[in-house]
Structure formats: C-alpha cells, structure tokens
Design a protein around this ligand. Structure first.
Ligand code: ADP
Ligand code: MG
Length: 588
C-alpha cells in the first residue's frame, strides 16, 4: 500500500452550499466511537505518523487524540468547527477523486456542538501554536498558545445538555470497547503509522510501525495466536488487494474477523467478502468463518463512499470482477497449502481412496512457506453465484498439456475432459472417469447445505404474488426463514427477496418460485430447492472446465464418504491398471 497519493495541507474553506448539499448528510457523531473514528481520520489525513488516543469514562467523559501531523493555522482553527468547513474538497468534481478519509467538513462542527471541544494545534514550521475552545457550539476563545508541532483535539463531556442522546448510550465499559474496536479498525490498514491507545490513562495497545501481517497480529493478538497468517496479493483493472488470512483450521462462528477495507476504510459490505467465503466453503464446517482481512485499493473514480454518512458502505463499480479475483487468489492459496508432493506419496500398491483423500486435510503450519501459493492462470473461468466468465483454457485441450498435468501438484492427476462429460483422473493404479455435472452438482449441493446465514442483497429482488400465492408464502414463512431466506411484503401483491445465504446466489428465481408453490415439509422444500439450484449452477454437459475448478471439484468429491450425486447416482467409474492390462491381454 505504498503508492498512496501524497496529500498536502491546504487551508480550510467553507464549502459552497451547492457542494455541501451533494454530500450524504447524517448525524456523524452519535456516540463516542464515532467521534473517535472522525478524529483518527483527521489525524491520518493530516499526514501524522504517530497517533495516540486517550479514552476516559467510556469516551463520554473525554476523548483526546494527539497527533504529529501538519497542524492548523490560526485561520484554520477559526474555521474548522464551522459546518462544511474542510480543506479536503472544494468542488463537486473533487468528490470523484477523494484520497482523504474525511471530506464532508462535518465532524468537527458536529463535535463542537455536542461537547466541550478544545483544539491545540501548531503548524510544523511555526514557533507558536493556537488553542481553540468551543462549548456546545459557542466559541469561548481562540488564542496563541505554546504547543508541539501537530494537533491535540480534546472532546469532553460528550452530549452534555442533550439528555436524550446520553440516555441512548450504553454503559461506559461498552462504549470504551466500541472505541477500542474503532481504534483497531483505523490502525489496521495503516501499518506504516504508529498507534497508541490509552484507556483511563493506561497504555492498553501499542502498535508500532511494521508490515501488514504484523499489524493484524498486533491488533488482534488473542484471535490470531493460534493460526499462521499468510499475506496474499492480487490485482485487476483499476484495483489491487492484499489479503491477510488465517488457515482454515482456525475459524469462528461469527464474521467479526472477516473484514473488508476499501481504500483503507472498513466497509460493511459482505457481498465482496462472498469471494472469501466461497473460497473457504469446502474447507470450513458449516456456519463458520475464517479470519481473513481484505485490504482493497480501488481507483477513487470507481468507488463512491458518499452514500453513507459514516462511510460504512461504498458503491463499487467492478465489484463482480473483484469478488472473483479475491476468490481465485484465496482458492489457489488454499489448494496449494493442501497439496502433497508426489515424492512423499506411497506409490506402491493401491491404498483405499478415503485414506489418500485425507492427505488433503491441513498439513499444519509451515508448509505454506516452503511451497508458495500458485498463481492461477490469468484467464480463468470461475463459476460463482450463477454467473461465470468463460475463458476456456481446457477446451479445446491446450497445446501444452504439461501445464495441466503439473498443476497443481496433487496426489491425483487431472488429465482433462472426455466427451465434454467426464473428468479423467489418474490416481496411483487407477483411472477415474468422473461425471463432471454430477460431481459439481454434489459440490454445490453440499455448499448449500452448509450455508444458512442470510446475507442481505444489495438490491432486493421484487416479485409479484397472486392472492392465493400470498397465502402460501405466509404458510411457508417459518420454513423459508429456517432456510436463511428473507422476504418482505412491500405492498399488496408486491414482495421482495431481501436476503439469502451466499451459496444460494444465482438461484434467486428458484427460491422465489419455491416459496410461492411448495406445500411440503422443510426437508422436502430444502431438497427440492437445493437440487434445483445445484443443477442450474453446475457445469453442463459439453461445457469446458478450467483445471483449477476441476481440481477443486475432484478434491472435494474424492474426500466424500458417499460419493453420489444429489439424485443418488454414483459420481464416477473406475478402471484399474490391471483391468486395462488384462483388456489388452498383457496379463492373463
Ligand atoms: P473533514 O475532515 O471532512 O474535512 P472535519 O470537520 O473533520 O472535516 O475537519 C475540518 C478540517 O479541520 C479538516 O478539513 C482539516 O483541514 C482540519 N483538521 C481537523 N483535524 C485536524 C488535524 N488533526 N490536523 C490537521 N488538520 C485538521
Ligand atoms: Mg474529518
């Protein structure tokens, strides 16, 4: 994350009304943690390399941020707490090229209104600083004052005189914890800056300058202790990302450590993180999530943060491509860490499949270091959520067959497609012909079984219902909920699908059809729905498949106790070397 454009100090101006109105308005400061977020943003925007945060009494008594940034002039201090006073943008045009964390010129004015605010600041190249005091929106004083270069902002007595707001706050310990979480989220994407957190005067977190992986483990020492963190990178047109990921052996029951940062801001959009969940899905037990931190950098023109007052959401233009790329990079990493070198494999004799398949299961930490992750081929087909980009690598068979045979170095060898129907596999003394559609169906079916965590759709899908269908939907409501599907009535006859588990993506139409027609039990509903989605999403007869996907599916079906498709048919036929030799009468 080195190519951050350099932002230089510019004097503060008050935005023209027309620009101010274009900015998503909202109450920026609703609790101590949001003041922390805004103040840390300001320190980061001011080029600070050392930032200290002091919290007392849940941040309600006081929040102080000390930074060594470029500071403010007397004139800046006079303006900084006025509404829409900012040094970061000037025109509407600038909204398209935002490189700073702040840009609305709202935070200090909001904070000045709801607290006793004191700002002590000195420009780096001046001898003397200035001190501004504003209480509840009333200017108390602005005077020259001795100060170190940089800025100290102190907001005390938060929401004094606003009892309604105060009542809405949680216990101080909870508010402190929210401040701490915010602090860590701010520090995470800036490993090149030093951060300190003091709670009730005691230093509780010290995050020295380091690399990204180090920053993650400094910030979350407890959570990351058990795992080997691995840093991965990827890119595409207009974006690049770094991922710090734990191994699949360490997982959680919540998504707290499945985090996305876009241009160094934490974003609560799980749709991009579906790329992560998808990659991990065949490695983790159902309902669990990996520790995975995605740091995405996008060309500012491709992303709009100006849709949420606290910038917790963003609109990203090439989200689909990014999701795919994230998924590819992680899949390739997960695949590579599961690989077993053929040298170590017992080649003599035929060992039962199940034992061999277990070789894929985690090899413990360390292996990833010796065997760096394989970069997947650039052009790749990735089927995810019903959509697929077809860049066919294997059909027709590539000229250099080696590229397939060597990739990845697994206990079995995928030899390519046969008749556009079967995946040909050589494993020790046996040849397998795996039904590609059936195997993929089973792979998807099992992923559907594991996933029942609803994820909101960015754009709810509306549908119409006849009166008798509406009755059926209401009857089915509890079953539908149990599936993790959320539907809402908008008005009479018009409903919307608002959330469904990530694995169901691409099967939205099936979900809708089913909720309005099905009458059976939850079990039948599930089976029918999953079979339909799996069939729809699975690779079709005659369709090409890229080696990476082929390996992924094969690896999964070879590890099954009962390798049958959702309709109960076997997934493959196998022929031994001996049978083949007998066939040509080499042995009798
Ligand atoms: P915004 O960050 O959206 O511009 P704020 O109300 O947060 O709006 O801050 C107003 C202005 O005050 C900023 O544009 C910046 O010029 C100045 N400022 C605030 N905090 C600092 C700081 N710690 N160091 C230097 N300048 C600051
Ligand atoms: Mg700001």
């Amino acid at each position: 994350m080195s190519s951050e454009p350099t932002i230089r100090r510019t004097p503060i101006r008050v935005l023209r009304d027309s620009v101010a109105r274009k900015i998503a308005a909202g109450e920026v400061i609703d609790r101590p943690a949001s003041a922390v977020r805004e103040l840390l943003d300001n320190s980061l925007d001011a080029g600070s390399t050392e930032i200290a945060l002091y919290i007392t009494g849940g941040g309600i008594d006081s929040i102080r941020v000390v930074d060594n940034g470029w500071g403010m002039s007397e004139e800046d201090l006079r303006l900084c707490w006025l509404p829409h006073a900012t040094s970061k943008i000037e025109s509407e045009e600038d909204l398209l090229h935002i490189h700073s964390l702040g840009f609305r010129g709202e935070a200090l004015s909001a904070l000045a209104n709801v607290s006793r605010l004191e700002i002590l600041s000195r420009l780096t190249d001046e001898e003397m600083g200035h001190r501004l005091v504003v209480h509840g929106g009333q200017l108390i004083s602005l005077e020259p004052h001795a100060a170190k270069p940089g800025t100290v902002v102190t907001a005390s007595d938060l929401f004094f005189g606003i009892p309604a707001r105060r009542k809405f706050l949680k216990r101080p310990s909870t508010e402190t914890n929210l401040c701490r979480i915010t602090f860590l989220e701010k520090a995470l994407p800036f490993p090149d800056r030093e951060f300190k957190l003091f709670i009730e005067g005691k230093l509780t977190h010290f995050l020295p300058v380091g690399n990204l992986t180090e920053r993650v483990s400094q910030a979350y020492p407890e959570e990351t202790r058990q795992t080997t963190l691995q840093e991965l990178t990827g890119s595409g047109s207009g974006f690049r990302f770094r991922i710090v990921t734990g191994s699949p052996e360490t997982y959680r029951k919540d998504r707290k450590h499945l985090q996305l940062y876009v241009n160094r801001r934490r974003i609560w959009d799980f749709s991009l993180l579906q790329g992560v969940e998808y990659a991990f899905s065949s490695y983790l037990p159902g309902g669990t999530f990996p520790l995975c931190y995605v740091f995405l950098e996008i060309d500012p023109e491709w992303v709009d943060f100006n849709i949420h007052p606290a910038k917790k959401e963003a609109r990203i233009r090439n989200a689909e491509e990014i999701r795919k790329r994230i998924s590819e990079v992680l899949s390739s990493f997960l695949l590579s860490r599961g690989r077993v070198s053929l040298r170590n494999l017992q080649v003599s004799g035929y060992t039962p499949l199940k034992n061999q398949a277990s070789l894929w299961v985690g090899e413990g930490p360390g292996t990833t270091k010796e065997e760096p992750p394989i970069e997947p081929p650039r052009s790749l087909e990735w089927k995810n959520g019903g959509s697929s980009t077809k860049v066919d690598l294997s059909f027709p068979f590539p000229r250099s067959a080696e590229s397939i045979l060597d990739f990845p170095n697994s206990p079995f060898l995928y030899k390519g497609q046969v008749f556009g129907l079967f995946l040909l596999v050589e494993w020790n003394d046996t040849v397998f012909l795996v039904d590609q559609h059936a195997a993929h169906e089973r792979f998807i079916y099992d992923a559907l079984l594991r996933d029942s965590v609803p994820q909101p759709l960015l754009i709810p899908m509306e549908f119409t219902l006849e009166p008798e269908e509406e009755v059926r939907v209401l009857e089915n409501a509890s079953k539908v909920n149990a599936l993790g599907v959320q539907i809402e009535k908008i008005r009479s006859g018009i409903w919307a699908l608002t959330a469904l588990p990530g694995a169901y993506r691409g099967g939205e139409e099936e979900v809708i059809t089913l909720v309005k027609t099905q009458t059976g039990s939850l079990e039948t509903l599930k089976q029918e729905l999953f079979a339909q989605i799996a069939c729809k999403k699975a690779i079709k007869d005659g369709e090409g498949i890229n080696p990476l996907s082929a390996y992924e599916i094969l690896r999964y079906v070879f590890s099954l106790d009962n390798p049958r498709c959702p309709h109960g048919r076997p997934l493959w036929v196998q022929i031994s070397r001996e049978e083949l030799l007998r066939g040509v009468r080499r042995i009798i």
